[in-house]
Write a protein that binds this ligand. Structure first.
Ligand SMILES: Cc1ncc(COP(=O)(O)O)c(C=O)c1O
Length: 450
Protein backbone atom coordinates (compact mmCIF):
# COMPACT_ATOMS: atom_id res chain seq x y z
CA UNK A 1 0.00 0.00 0.00
CA UNK A 2 1.48 3.36 -0.91
CA UNK A 3 -1.35 5.79 -0.71
CA UNK A 4 -0.28 9.40 -0.75
CA UNK A 5 -1.95 12.72 -1.06
CA UNK A 6 -1.20 16.16 -2.36
CA UNK A 7 -1.32 18.41 0.67
CA UNK A 8 -1.12 22.11 1.31
CA UNK A 9 2.37 23.58 1.62
CA UNK A 10 2.42 23.93 5.40
CA UNK A 11 1.44 20.31 5.92
CA UNK A 12 3.94 18.81 3.50
CA UNK A 13 6.52 17.95 6.08
CA UNK A 14 4.02 16.27 8.36
CA UNK A 15 1.79 14.24 6.06
CA UNK A 16 3.08 12.35 3.09
CA UNK A 17 1.45 9.00 3.48
CA UNK A 18 -1.99 7.77 4.44
CA UNK A 19 -1.02 4.21 5.03
CA UNK A 20 -0.59 4.05 8.81
CA UNK A 21 -3.79 5.57 10.08
CA UNK A 22 -6.57 2.96 10.33
CA UNK A 23 -9.57 5.25 10.04
CA UNK A 24 -12.77 4.74 12.06
CA UNK A 25 -16.13 4.00 10.38
CA UNK A 26 -14.42 4.51 7.02
CA UNK A 27 -13.81 2.41 3.94
CA UNK A 28 -10.04 2.67 4.38
CA UNK A 29 -9.02 1.31 0.97
CA UNK A 30 -11.57 3.42 -0.83
CA UNK A 31 -10.67 6.55 1.13
CA UNK A 32 -6.94 6.13 0.65
CA UNK A 33 -7.40 5.71 -3.10
CA UNK A 34 -9.22 9.07 -3.27
CA UNK A 35 -8.76 10.94 0.01
CA UNK A 36 -10.89 13.77 1.29
CA UNK A 37 -8.95 15.81 3.80
CA UNK A 38 -9.95 18.96 5.60
CA UNK A 39 -6.98 21.20 6.31
CA UNK A 40 -8.67 24.29 7.69
CA UNK A 41 -12.01 25.25 9.15
CA UNK A 42 -13.54 28.53 10.20
CA UNK A 43 -17.12 29.54 10.95
CA UNK A 44 -19.45 27.41 8.84
CA UNK A 45 -16.77 26.60 6.25
CA UNK A 46 -13.95 24.08 5.84
CA UNK A 47 -11.22 23.91 3.19
CA UNK A 48 -10.05 20.69 1.62
CA UNK A 49 -6.53 19.65 0.67
CA UNK A 50 -6.91 20.87 -2.89
CA UNK A 51 -7.93 24.32 -1.68
CA UNK A 52 -11.67 23.90 -2.31
CA UNK A 53 -14.14 25.40 0.15
CA UNK A 54 -16.98 23.39 1.68
CA UNK A 55 -19.89 24.51 3.76
CA UNK A 56 -20.32 22.34 6.85
CA UNK A 57 -23.89 21.01 6.80
CA UNK A 58 -23.51 18.70 9.78
CA UNK A 59 -21.47 20.82 12.24
CA UNK A 60 -18.68 18.29 11.79
CA UNK A 61 -20.35 15.32 13.43
CA UNK A 62 -23.01 17.44 15.22
CA UNK A 63 -20.29 18.92 17.40
CA UNK A 64 -19.80 22.60 16.57
CA UNK A 65 -22.93 24.75 17.00
CA UNK A 66 -20.77 27.85 17.50
CA UNK A 67 -18.93 27.21 14.23
CA UNK A 68 -15.32 26.25 13.67
CA UNK A 69 -12.14 27.96 14.79
CA UNK A 70 -13.52 29.81 17.79
CA UNK A 71 -10.63 31.85 19.13
CA UNK A 72 -12.22 32.17 22.60
CA UNK A 73 -12.04 28.39 23.00
CA UNK A 74 -8.50 28.13 21.66
CA UNK A 75 -7.33 30.92 23.96
CA UNK A 76 -9.01 29.36 27.01
CA UNK A 77 -7.41 25.98 26.29
CA UNK A 78 -4.02 27.60 25.73
CA UNK A 79 -4.26 29.54 28.99
CA UNK A 80 -5.28 26.40 30.86
CA UNK A 81 -2.47 24.31 29.37
CA UNK A 82 0.13 26.85 30.36
CA UNK A 83 -1.29 27.19 33.89
CA UNK A 84 -2.24 23.66 34.87
CA UNK A 85 -2.10 21.06 32.11
CA UNK A 86 -3.21 17.98 34.00
CA UNK A 87 -4.52 17.03 37.41
CA UNK A 88 -5.15 13.44 38.49
CA UNK A 89 -8.94 13.21 38.71
CA UNK A 90 -9.23 10.63 41.50
CA UNK A 91 -9.11 12.00 45.04
CA UNK A 92 -7.89 15.30 43.60
CA UNK A 93 -9.57 18.13 41.77
CA UNK A 94 -9.07 21.36 39.87
CA UNK A 95 -11.45 24.34 39.73
CA UNK A 96 -12.46 23.95 36.06
CA UNK A 97 -14.38 20.70 36.45
CA UNK A 98 -16.51 22.12 39.27
CA UNK A 99 -17.20 25.29 37.31
CA UNK A 100 -18.21 23.38 34.19
CA UNK A 101 -20.37 20.92 36.13
CA UNK A 102 -22.25 23.88 37.69
CA UNK A 103 -22.77 25.49 34.30
CA UNK A 104 -24.11 22.29 32.78
CA UNK A 105 -26.32 21.57 35.81
CA UNK A 106 -27.89 25.03 35.46
CA UNK A 107 -28.86 24.22 31.88
CA UNK A 108 -30.51 20.93 32.80
CA UNK A 109 -34.05 20.58 34.08
CA UNK A 110 -34.54 20.13 37.84
CA UNK A 111 -33.80 17.89 39.67
CA UNK A 112 -30.84 16.88 37.45
CA UNK A 113 -27.94 18.47 39.26
CA UNK A 114 -24.93 16.14 39.40
CA UNK A 115 -22.53 15.80 36.50
CA UNK A 116 -19.95 13.01 35.97
CA UNK A 117 -17.34 13.69 33.28
CA UNK A 118 -16.23 11.26 30.58
CA UNK A 119 -14.33 11.70 27.32
CA UNK A 120 -16.93 10.75 24.72
CA UNK A 121 -20.52 9.83 24.11
CA UNK A 122 -19.65 6.13 24.18
CA UNK A 123 -18.06 6.47 27.60
CA UNK A 124 -21.09 8.43 28.77
CA UNK A 125 -23.33 5.52 27.81
CA UNK A 126 -21.20 2.95 29.63
CA UNK A 127 -21.08 5.27 32.63
CA UNK A 128 -24.86 5.68 32.60
CA UNK A 129 -25.31 1.90 32.51
CA UNK A 130 -23.09 1.59 35.56
CA UNK A 131 -24.85 4.45 37.36
CA UNK A 132 -28.20 2.71 36.78
CA UNK A 133 -26.82 -0.53 38.24
CA UNK A 134 -25.21 1.25 41.19
CA UNK A 135 -28.42 3.16 41.91
CA UNK A 136 -30.60 0.07 42.01
CA UNK A 137 -28.05 -1.77 44.12
CA UNK A 138 -27.98 1.14 46.56
CA UNK A 139 -31.78 0.94 46.74
CA UNK A 140 -31.70 -2.79 47.44
CA UNK A 141 -33.00 -3.59 43.94
CA UNK A 142 -30.14 -5.64 42.52
CA UNK A 143 -32.63 -7.89 40.75
CA UNK A 144 -33.03 -5.16 38.12
CA UNK A 145 -30.70 -6.71 35.58
CA UNK A 146 -32.48 -5.85 32.34
CA UNK A 147 -31.96 -2.86 30.05
CA UNK A 148 -34.31 -1.67 27.37
CA UNK A 149 -33.17 0.01 24.18
CA UNK A 150 -34.66 0.47 20.73
CA UNK A 151 -34.26 -0.66 17.17
CA UNK A 152 -32.29 1.85 15.09
CA UNK A 153 -30.66 3.24 18.24
CA UNK A 154 -27.07 4.46 18.24
CA UNK A 155 -25.41 4.72 21.61
CA UNK A 156 -21.76 4.71 20.63
CA UNK A 157 -19.29 1.92 20.18
CA UNK A 158 -18.10 0.75 23.58
CA UNK A 159 -19.44 -2.62 24.67
CA UNK A 160 -22.30 -1.11 26.64
CA UNK A 161 -23.30 1.06 23.72
CA UNK A 162 -23.01 -1.81 21.25
CA UNK A 163 -25.21 -3.91 23.50
CA UNK A 164 -27.83 -1.15 23.33
CA UNK A 165 -27.30 -0.65 19.62
CA UNK A 166 -30.15 -1.10 17.19
CA UNK A 167 -27.98 -0.91 14.07
CA UNK A 168 -27.15 -4.29 12.62
CA UNK A 169 -23.78 -3.34 11.09
CA UNK A 170 -22.58 -2.13 14.48
CA UNK A 171 -23.51 -5.42 16.13
CA UNK A 172 -23.14 -8.38 13.81
CA UNK A 173 -19.32 -8.42 13.84
CA UNK A 174 -19.32 -8.40 17.64
CA UNK A 175 -21.70 -11.12 18.80
CA UNK A 176 -20.59 -11.09 22.44
CA UNK A 177 -22.53 -8.23 24.03
CA UNK A 178 -24.24 -7.59 27.35
CA UNK A 179 -27.00 -10.05 28.16
CA UNK A 180 -30.51 -9.02 29.16
CA UNK A 181 -31.00 -6.17 26.69
CA UNK A 182 -34.36 -6.03 24.95
CA UNK A 183 -35.30 -3.80 22.06
CA UNK A 184 -38.44 -1.75 21.60
CA UNK A 185 -39.56 -1.06 18.04
CA UNK A 186 -38.19 2.06 16.38
CA UNK A 187 -40.53 4.98 15.74
CA UNK A 188 -40.34 5.34 11.96
CA UNK A 189 -43.73 4.74 10.35
CA UNK A 190 -44.48 4.87 6.64
CA UNK A 191 -47.65 6.89 7.32
CA UNK A 192 -45.56 9.66 8.90
CA UNK A 193 -43.37 10.21 5.85
CA UNK A 194 -42.58 13.90 5.22
CA UNK A 195 -44.22 14.98 8.48
CA UNK A 196 -42.38 17.95 9.87
CA UNK A 197 -41.70 18.10 13.59
CA UNK A 198 -43.23 15.43 15.77
CA UNK A 199 -45.20 12.81 13.83
CA UNK A 200 -48.81 12.49 14.85
CA UNK A 201 -49.02 8.71 15.04
CA UNK A 202 -46.89 6.22 16.91
CA UNK A 203 -47.19 7.14 20.61
CA UNK A 204 -48.43 3.60 21.19
CA UNK A 205 -45.01 2.23 20.17
CA UNK A 206 -43.99 3.14 23.72
CA UNK A 207 -46.28 0.35 24.91
CA UNK A 208 -43.53 -2.09 23.93
CA UNK A 209 -42.03 -1.13 27.28
CA UNK A 210 -45.24 -2.03 29.09
CA UNK A 211 -45.24 -5.38 27.30
CA UNK A 212 -41.68 -6.06 28.52
CA UNK A 213 -42.87 -5.24 32.04
CA UNK A 214 -45.64 -7.80 31.62
CA UNK A 215 -43.27 -10.40 30.16
CA UNK A 216 -40.23 -10.01 32.41
CA UNK A 217 -41.65 -8.13 35.38
CA UNK A 218 -41.18 -4.37 35.56
CA UNK A 219 -39.19 -4.91 38.76
CA UNK A 220 -36.43 -6.69 36.79
CA UNK A 221 -35.79 -3.73 34.46
CA UNK A 222 -33.09 -1.25 35.46
CA UNK A 223 -33.32 1.43 32.79
CA UNK A 224 -34.60 2.42 29.38
CA UNK A 225 -32.20 4.19 27.02
CA UNK A 226 -33.52 6.38 24.21
CA UNK A 227 -32.20 9.15 22.05
CA UNK A 228 -35.07 11.69 22.25
CA UNK A 229 -34.56 12.15 18.51
CA UNK A 230 -32.69 9.15 17.12
CA UNK A 231 -29.88 10.94 15.33
CA UNK A 232 -27.49 8.57 13.65
CA UNK A 233 -30.17 6.51 11.95
CA UNK A 234 -31.46 9.60 10.25
CA UNK A 235 -33.42 11.88 12.59
CA UNK A 236 -36.34 9.85 13.88
CA UNK A 237 -38.41 12.44 15.72
CA UNK A 238 -40.49 11.01 18.60
CA UNK A 239 -44.21 10.83 17.86
CA UNK A 240 -46.41 13.20 19.88
CA UNK A 241 -46.94 11.68 23.34
CA UNK A 242 -44.36 8.89 22.88
CA UNK A 243 -41.75 10.11 25.36
CA UNK A 244 -44.47 11.04 27.87
CA UNK A 245 -45.79 7.51 27.69
CA UNK A 246 -42.32 6.04 28.25
CA UNK A 247 -41.97 8.29 31.28
CA UNK A 248 -45.31 7.12 32.71
CA UNK A 249 -44.45 3.45 32.29
CA UNK A 250 -41.01 3.97 33.86
CA UNK A 251 -42.60 5.73 36.84
CA UNK A 252 -45.12 2.97 37.27
CA UNK A 253 -42.41 0.31 37.48
CA UNK A 254 -39.49 2.14 39.12
CA UNK A 255 -37.44 2.04 35.89
CA UNK A 256 -34.88 4.76 35.18
CA UNK A 257 -35.37 6.75 31.98
CA UNK A 258 -32.11 7.71 30.26
CA UNK A 259 -32.06 10.32 27.51
CA UNK A 260 -29.01 9.99 25.31
CA UNK A 261 -28.60 13.64 24.34
CA UNK A 262 -25.17 13.28 22.78
CA UNK A 263 -26.58 14.86 19.60
CA UNK A 264 -29.75 16.56 20.89
CA UNK A 265 -28.15 18.38 23.83
CA UNK A 266 -26.92 21.98 23.81
CA UNK A 267 -29.50 23.63 21.63
CA UNK A 268 -29.92 21.28 18.67
CA UNK A 269 -33.66 21.09 19.34
CA UNK A 270 -33.91 24.86 19.91
CA UNK A 271 -33.83 24.38 23.69
CA UNK A 272 -30.90 23.58 25.99
CA UNK A 273 -31.82 19.89 25.99
CA UNK A 274 -34.40 17.76 24.18
CA UNK A 275 -35.94 17.13 27.59
CA UNK A 276 -37.08 20.78 27.47
CA UNK A 277 -38.29 20.62 23.87
CA UNK A 278 -40.45 17.54 24.46
CA UNK A 279 -41.49 18.35 28.03
CA UNK A 280 -40.25 15.09 29.56
CA UNK A 281 -37.65 14.96 32.33
CA UNK A 282 -35.51 11.83 32.38
CA UNK A 283 -33.54 10.51 35.34
CA UNK A 284 -30.20 10.47 33.54
CA UNK A 285 -28.89 12.53 30.60
CA UNK A 286 -25.83 11.56 28.56
CA UNK A 287 -24.03 14.21 26.53
CA UNK A 288 -20.78 14.91 24.63
CA UNK A 289 -20.04 16.60 21.27
CA UNK A 290 -21.31 20.21 21.67
CA UNK A 291 -20.34 20.24 25.35
CA UNK A 292 -17.02 21.70 24.15
CA UNK A 293 -18.21 22.77 20.69
CA UNK A 294 -16.25 19.70 19.55
CA UNK A 295 -12.93 21.41 20.26
CA UNK A 296 -11.64 18.92 22.85
CA UNK A 297 -13.05 15.41 23.42
CA UNK A 298 -15.40 15.39 26.40
CA UNK A 299 -18.61 13.76 27.53
CA UNK A 300 -20.73 13.84 30.65
CA UNK A 301 -23.55 12.06 32.44
CA UNK A 302 -25.96 14.08 34.54
CA UNK A 303 -28.27 12.54 37.12
CA UNK A 304 -31.05 13.54 39.47
CA UNK A 305 -30.48 14.38 43.12
CA UNK A 306 -32.22 11.13 44.05
CA UNK A 307 -29.69 9.05 42.10
CA UNK A 308 -26.64 10.96 43.30
CA UNK A 309 -27.76 10.85 46.91
CA UNK A 310 -28.76 7.18 46.84
CA UNK A 311 -25.34 6.14 45.52
CA UNK A 312 -23.24 8.44 47.67
CA UNK A 313 -25.27 7.81 50.85
CA UNK A 314 -25.04 4.05 50.45
CA UNK A 315 -21.27 4.02 51.01
CA UNK A 316 -19.62 4.45 54.39
CA UNK A 317 -18.32 7.91 55.23
CA UNK A 318 -14.82 8.51 53.72
CA UNK A 319 -15.23 5.64 51.24
CA UNK A 320 -15.27 5.83 47.45
CA UNK A 321 -18.94 5.60 46.51
CA UNK A 322 -18.76 4.77 42.79
CA UNK A 323 -15.92 2.62 41.50
CA UNK A 324 -15.71 4.20 38.09
CA UNK A 325 -13.83 7.02 36.36
CA UNK A 326 -11.35 7.77 33.60
CA UNK A 327 -7.77 9.06 33.70
CA UNK A 328 -9.03 11.99 31.64
CA UNK A 329 -12.38 12.55 33.41
CA UNK A 330 -12.76 16.33 33.64
CA UNK A 331 -9.40 17.00 31.97
CA UNK A 332 -8.40 20.66 32.54
CA UNK A 333 -8.13 21.39 28.81
CA UNK A 334 -11.55 19.89 28.13
CA UNK A 335 -13.09 21.84 31.01
CA UNK A 336 -11.55 25.06 29.72
CA UNK A 337 -12.95 24.33 26.26
CA UNK A 338 -16.32 23.44 27.75
CA UNK A 339 -16.53 26.60 29.83
CA UNK A 340 -15.54 28.78 26.87
CA UNK A 341 -18.04 27.01 24.59
CA UNK A 342 -20.87 27.40 27.12
CA UNK A 343 -20.02 31.08 27.51
CA UNK A 344 -20.25 31.56 23.75
CA UNK A 345 -23.62 29.80 23.62
CA UNK A 346 -24.88 32.04 26.40
CA UNK A 347 -23.42 35.35 25.24
CA UNK A 348 -24.45 34.87 21.62
CA UNK A 349 -27.86 33.42 22.57
CA UNK A 350 -27.15 30.48 20.29
CA UNK A 351 -29.89 28.18 21.59
CA UNK A 352 -32.45 30.94 21.00
CA UNK A 353 -30.90 31.53 17.60
CA UNK A 354 -31.30 27.82 16.80
CA UNK A 355 -34.98 28.05 17.74
CA UNK A 356 -35.45 31.17 15.64
CA UNK A 357 -33.69 29.68 12.58
CA UNK A 358 -35.43 26.31 12.77
CA UNK A 359 -38.41 27.21 10.57
CA UNK A 360 -36.22 28.66 7.86
CA UNK A 361 -33.92 25.65 7.99
CA UNK A 362 -36.76 23.11 7.90
CA UNK A 363 -38.50 25.01 5.06
CA UNK A 364 -35.28 24.84 3.09
CA UNK A 365 -34.84 21.12 3.72
CA UNK A 366 -38.49 20.42 2.89
CA UNK A 367 -38.01 22.18 -0.45
CA UNK A 368 -36.17 18.99 -1.50
CA UNK A 369 -39.38 17.03 -1.13
CA UNK A 370 -40.23 17.21 -4.82
CA UNK A 371 -36.95 15.63 -5.87
CA UNK A 372 -37.47 12.21 -7.48
CA UNK A 373 -34.65 10.64 -5.44
CA UNK A 374 -36.01 11.80 -2.08
CA UNK A 375 -37.95 9.12 -0.19
CA UNK A 376 -38.61 10.87 3.14
CA UNK A 377 -37.72 13.98 5.11
CA UNK A 378 -37.83 14.29 8.91
CA UNK A 379 -36.73 17.12 11.12
CA UNK A 380 -36.94 19.07 14.33
CA UNK A 381 -35.09 22.14 15.56
CA UNK A 382 -31.82 22.40 13.69
CA UNK A 383 -31.59 18.79 12.63
CA UNK A 384 -33.11 17.05 9.62
CA UNK A 385 -32.83 13.70 7.89
CA UNK A 386 -33.21 13.44 4.12
CA UNK A 387 -33.62 9.83 3.08
CA UNK A 388 -32.95 9.04 -0.56
CA UNK A 389 -34.08 6.03 -2.53
CA UNK A 390 -31.45 3.34 -2.53
CA UNK A 391 -30.00 2.23 -5.85
CA UNK A 392 -30.55 -1.47 -5.20
CA UNK A 393 -27.71 -1.82 -2.67
CA UNK A 394 -28.71 -0.12 0.59
CA UNK A 395 -26.27 2.62 1.56
CA UNK A 396 -24.40 2.74 -1.75
CA UNK A 397 -26.11 5.82 -3.12
CA UNK A 398 -25.82 7.60 0.24
CA UNK A 399 -22.10 6.87 0.39
CA UNK A 400 -21.54 8.15 -3.13
CA UNK A 401 -23.67 11.24 -2.49
CA UNK A 402 -21.61 12.10 0.57
CA UNK A 403 -18.41 11.96 -1.51
CA UNK A 404 -19.87 13.90 -4.41
CA UNK A 405 -21.26 16.56 -2.09
CA UNK A 406 -17.79 16.99 -0.62
CA UNK A 407 -16.36 17.80 -4.04
CA UNK A 408 -19.39 19.97 -4.86
CA UNK A 409 -18.73 22.06 -1.71
CA UNK A 410 -20.85 20.56 1.09
CA UNK A 411 -19.95 18.37 4.04
CA UNK A 412 -22.92 16.33 5.16
CA UNK A 413 -22.96 13.15 7.25
CA UNK A 414 -24.80 10.22 5.70
CA UNK A 415 -25.85 7.07 7.51
CA UNK A 416 -26.82 4.54 4.88
CA UNK A 417 -29.04 6.40 2.45
CA UNK A 418 -30.01 9.18 4.86
CA UNK A 419 -28.27 12.54 5.04
CA UNK A 420 -28.29 14.20 8.44
CA UNK A 421 -28.23 17.96 8.13
CA UNK A 422 -27.40 19.85 11.32
CA UNK A 423 -25.93 23.29 10.62
CA UNK A 424 -24.08 25.41 13.14
CA UNK A 425 -26.37 27.81 14.99
CA UNK A 426 -24.30 30.72 13.75
CA UNK A 427 -25.37 29.88 10.18
CA UNK A 428 -27.14 32.68 8.31
CA UNK A 429 -30.07 32.08 5.96
CA UNK A 430 -27.72 32.41 3.00
CA UNK A 431 -25.59 29.57 4.40
CA UNK A 432 -28.61 27.33 4.68
CA UNK A 433 -29.57 28.18 1.09
CA UNK A 434 -26.04 27.30 0.00
CA UNK A 435 -26.24 23.89 1.71
CA UNK A 436 -29.56 23.07 0.09
CA UNK A 437 -28.39 24.30 -3.34
CA UNK A 438 -25.38 21.97 -3.30
CA UNK A 439 -27.53 19.17 -1.95
CA UNK A 440 -30.05 19.53 -4.78
CA UNK A 441 -27.39 19.96 -7.44
CA UNK A 442 -25.71 16.73 -6.33
CA UNK A 443 -29.04 14.88 -6.24
CA UNK A 444 -29.67 16.13 -9.80
CA UNK A 445 -26.33 14.71 -10.94
CA UNK A 446 -27.30 11.34 -9.49
CA UNK A 447 -30.79 11.44 -10.96
CA UNK A 448 -29.32 12.13 -14.42
CA UNK A 449 -26.84 9.29 -14.05
CA UNK A 450 -29.49 6.81 -12.80
C1 LIG B 1 -26.82 9.42 20.51
C2 LIG B 1 -25.36 9.08 20.56
N1 LIG B 1 -24.86 8.44 21.61
C3 LIG B 1 -23.57 8.13 21.71
C4 LIG B 1 -22.69 8.48 20.71
C5 LIG B 1 -21.24 8.11 20.82
O1 LIG B 1 -20.48 9.23 20.97
P1 LIG B 1 -18.89 9.16 20.71
O2 LIG B 1 -18.71 8.95 19.25
O3 LIG B 1 -18.41 10.49 21.22
O4 LIG B 1 -18.36 8.03 21.52
C6 LIG B 1 -23.17 9.17 19.59
C7 LIG B 1 -22.25 9.55 18.50
O5 LIG B 1 -22.65 10.03 17.47
C8 LIG B 1 -24.53 9.46 19.51
O6 LIG B 1 -25.04 10.09 18.45
Amino acid sequence: MSASVQVLEHDKQRVNTLEHHWMPFTGNRDFKSAPRLVVRSEGVYCWNHTGGRLIDGSSGLFCCPAGHGRKEIADAVHAQMTTNDYTAPFQLGHPGSFALASKVAKLLPEPINSVFFTNSGSESIDTALKIAMAYHRACGQSQRIRFVSRERAYHGVNMGGVSLSGMVKNRETFPVTMPNVVMMRHTWLEENRFQRGQPTSGADLADDLQRFCETYGGGTIAAVFVEPVAGSTGTLVPPVGYLQRLREICDRHGILLVFDEVICGFGRMGTPFAADAFGVTPDIVTMAKALTNGAIPMGAVAVTDTIYEAITDAAPENAIEFFHGYTYSGHPAACAAGLAAQEIYEQEGLFERAAAMSDYFLDAVWSLRDHPLVFDIRGYGMMAGVEVLDDGAPGRRGGQLQKDMFWNGLHVKFTGDTAILAPAFIAEKAHIDEMIDVFRKTLDQHARAA
